[in-house]
Design a protein around this ligand. Sequence first.
Ligand SMILES: NC(=O)c1ccc[n+]([C@@H]2O[C@H](COP(=O)([O-])OP(=O)(O)OC[C@H]3O[C@@H](n4cnc5c(N)ncnc54)[C@H](O)[C@@H]3O)[C@@H](O)[C@H]2O)c1
Length: 337
Amino acid sequence: MKKLKIGLVGCGAIAEFQMDALMKVEAAELKAVCDMRLDLAEAMAKKYGVAEIYTDYAEMLKSDIEAVIICTPNFAHCPNAIDGARAKKHLLVQKPFAMDMDEAERMVSAAKENGIIMQAAFFERFCGSLQKLDEIIHSGEIGRPLVIRTQMSHTGIDKFWHPKTEWFHDKKKSGGGPLGDLGAHHYDVIRWLSRSDPETVSASTQSLLENGIEDNASITLKMKNGMMAQCFMSFTTVGPKNYAYERIEIYCEEGTVIYNASANGAPGKILMTKKDSIDFVEVPYENVDPWVGLESHFVDCVLNHKTPVTTGEDGKICLNIIKKGYASAESGKVMKL
Ligand SMILES: NC(=O)c1ccc[n+]([C@@H]2O[C@H](COP(=O)([O-])OP(=O)(O)OC[C@H]3O[C@@H](n4cnc5c(N)ncnc54)[C@H](O)[C@@H]3O)[C@@H](O)[C@H]2O)c1
């Protein structure tokens, strides 16, 4: 079997999820890891049995790896992606895609110019629960989808999510708080489920805890096909230990379907009702590991010359929602996309 030789840059918190998943992808060969902190690179190489260890990304790019998984902080995505593309490595890039639209444009152009595959790492596309929602609302069973409402929240950076280095609370390094960090996932989910792109965005943010980034954010999107979407993203949602919460509600002409995640990572539930039903009924779905889905898809696209389900262009569109969202929150105006 032909295996894809892969290097990973940024041996922090999210890299663990990606490495765990890559270990389950038969066609993936983890050849190299890189982190500017030698201790983190060495620990990751030891844990996953990776042969090559680098602290200098430029050196890793000289190795015979064919692809790079970019798991560095947001401010490093653009330089890492452009250098990777120029070295003809295929790229899987973490979210949010970049710091600004100029960076995003340069990343997408570098991928095109160098003929490499660039995938935006939106893992929610590979959740069994969300794939089921997609199937339901596009089967016609509950009529035309009209409105999507979402929530993604947790107790905060250093409380729920534990990055290994300091950068999240510095807006110049992260770009901001939950509006971009958590919202990035749901803007992609909304584009996917609605089969449309946003026309306008209005947003507001709240920063009561004064830790450099906003604590909470809400966004309303009017989609080009007439659908509406509303998202709430939070870093202050207190719950039991390791609490994170996700909810996606889709209101259709003939019924409603709701995905409700449970606390502490157990599989969530899908509930559906139709007009004239007595109550909601639970809809079963296959609870697959979305990270394995994400990594397998990337490896398959590279090895078999396919276009990923979310390309750099999709990463760029979601970044535009984030940037216009912040502009709306600051100006109080509805922004056109
Ligand atoms: N998909 C998700 O659900 C999800 C969840 C959390 C974080 N993320 C994203 O993953 C990325 C990393 O976040 P994290 O929480 O793992 O951060 P982290 O601080 O834990 O890890 C980042 C690592 O990158 C290293 N690094 C920074 N610049 C580097 C460079 N130029 N060369 C080599 N190494 C470098 C740091 O030393 C650190 O070890 C961010 O873009 C974040 O938004 C995604």
